[in-house]
Design a protein around this ligand. Structure first.
Ligand code: PLZ
Length: 451
């Protein structure tokens, strides 16, 4: 195809018509053509959830090459929280890209990296002295948080939890719980990683303190505090199924870590930046982590990640011990400063709560009529439904897959998750108009009724 027969592309951002519009079946012919090329050019290991060729996105929609406009309830996996192609992000990126695209912060430092570090030090939980280091992806941030904790403590072991997701690099695969599709056949994995039981109220029925005692007992018996550098946990698990721990679970773990000189790392890659109705989910549980990992929402769609935490831990590394060619790229930092401005000054925290109220009220109403919805859970604009076989409570992954497929065919992007694959999660961009969100949920209701 030459440039001249390319369709006129709609511009993204909030000016894109905020509507669900299907002009072809999904995928339409242009999307099918791209997916055929993908199959020939891209590794078969790289999947896709929505069979379209995306050409523009903004507010609460993604537009494809065939002219279909899909309601976005996934935000590219919790990334475009401020809305896709947010005007402030676009302007900041354009200005920076024309100024310089890269110097390498470790070669010639620039202001925006320092400003992002200052903002993260200010915004993350706790008013202690903090430092930040910037990276490219959530997995890279997690890797570095573990490095930093090991250097600070002089200890090797790390504890992660059942249902955890921390990334796809070697160490973060070891931390991640689920074999398929993340780990199967990709080992051997990094050593000195141990797993503890989570608090999963819907399935374990334990209160928070009891679940914490169970986890701490496993850690003490099977690992031992003396060799333990860090405990890492997502305050609300993301890929594992939007599992909200019972009250008291996280504070008790933090208390045990403090008592034993273990670094407590909150992986807020998915939960961070207003998503849960707080700037960070840790706040919802009243905990102050030693280190926080962030990425996703941080830079409005540009790749940027961070480790932020207590200065005595962050500064334990020797000079030159942390870094990377692209970490804290100036274009990504410009985007992050714009996105942080939006989080703080455009009411995104109350907006996440309002979006969450719409999600929870519609989904709990659905649950009342349909015993296949075992649980509706989440915080803010991070909400999920867990599907079960009504008679046994066993996970129903086939139903989750069928509902998600029907939603996508009907122009609504939803994502599944969960260790058992039986969860549909809702992570709309906070820029989505209320009516569009409600329309998206009606499509979900229809999909459920016919699945
Ligand atoms: N920690 C808590 O949610 C990324 C992964 C999607 P990266 N989650 C989406 C997939 O199938 O690859 C995630 C996360 C938490 C770390 C990560 C990793 O972040 O930016 O994907 O490396």
């Amino acid at each position: 195809m030459s440039l001249t027969d390319a369709p006129t592309l709609p511009l993204g951002g909030p000016t894109l018509p905020q509507e669900r519009r299907l002009v072809t079946a999904i995928p339409g012919p242009r999307s099918q053509a791209l997916l055929a090329r993908k199959a020939q050019a891209v590794s078969a290991g790289v999947g896709h959830t929505v069979p379209i060729e995306a050409v523009a996105a903004g507010g609460g929609v993604v537009v494809d090459a065939d002219g279909n406009s899909l309601i976005d309830l996934g935000s590219g996996i919790a990334v475009t929280t401020v809305g896709n192609a947010h005007p402030k992000v676009v302007e900041a990126v354009q200005a920076q890209v024309a100024q310089f695209t890269h110097t390498c912060f470790m070669v010639s430092p620039y202001e925006s990296y320092v400003a992002v570090a200052e903002a993260l030090n200010r915004l993350t939980p706790g008013d202690h002295e903090k430092r930040t280091a910037l990276f490219n992806s959530g997995a890279e941030a997690v890797e570095n948080a573990v490095k930093i904790a090991r250097k600070h403590t002089g200890r090797p072991a790390v504890v992660a939890f059942d249902h955890a997701y921390h990334g796809r690099t070697n160490l973060t695969m070891a931390l991640t719980a689920k074999a398929m599709p993340y780990k199967s056949g990709f080992g051997p994995f990094a050593g000195e990683v141990y797993r503890a039981p989570l608090s999963y109220p819907f399935r374990d029925g334990l209160d928070g303190p009891a679940a914490a005692r169970r986890a701490i007992s496993v850690i003490e018996k099977q690992v031992g505090a003396a060799g333990l550098a860090a405990v890492i946990i997502e305050p609300i698990q993301g890929e594992g199924g939007f599992i909200v721990p019972a009250d008291g679970f996280l504070p008790e773990l933090v208390r045990w870590c403090r008592e034993n000189g273990v670094v407590f790392i909150a992986d807020e890659v998915q939960t961070g930046f207003a998503r849960t109705g707080a700037m960070f989910a840790s706040e919802l549980f009243g905990i102050v982590p030693d280190l926080v990992t962030t990425a996703k929402g941080l830079a409005g769609g540009m790749p940027l990640a961070a480790v932020t935490g207590r200065s005595e831990i962050m500064d334990a590394s020797h000079l030159g011990g942390l870094g990377g060619t692209y970490g804290g790229n100036p274009v990504a930092c410009a985007a992050a400063l714009a996105a942080i401005d939006v989080f703080e000054n455009e009411g995104l925290i109350p907006r996440a709560r309002a979006v969450g109220d719409i999600l929870v009220s519609r989904l709990t109403a659905l649950q009342q009529q349909d015993a296949r919805i075992g649980d509706v859970r989440g915080r803010g604009a991070m909400v999920a439904v867990e599907f079960v076989l009504p008679d046994t409570g066993e996970p129903d992954a086939a139903l989750a897959a069928a509902v998600a497929k029907a939603c996508i065919a009907d122009g609504v992007i939803v994502l599944t998750c969960g260790t058992y694959g039986n969860v549909i999660r809702f992570l709309p961009p906070l820029a989505i108009p209320d009516e569009l969100l409600s329309e998206g949920l009606e499509v979900v209701a229809r999909a459920l009724a016919t699945s």
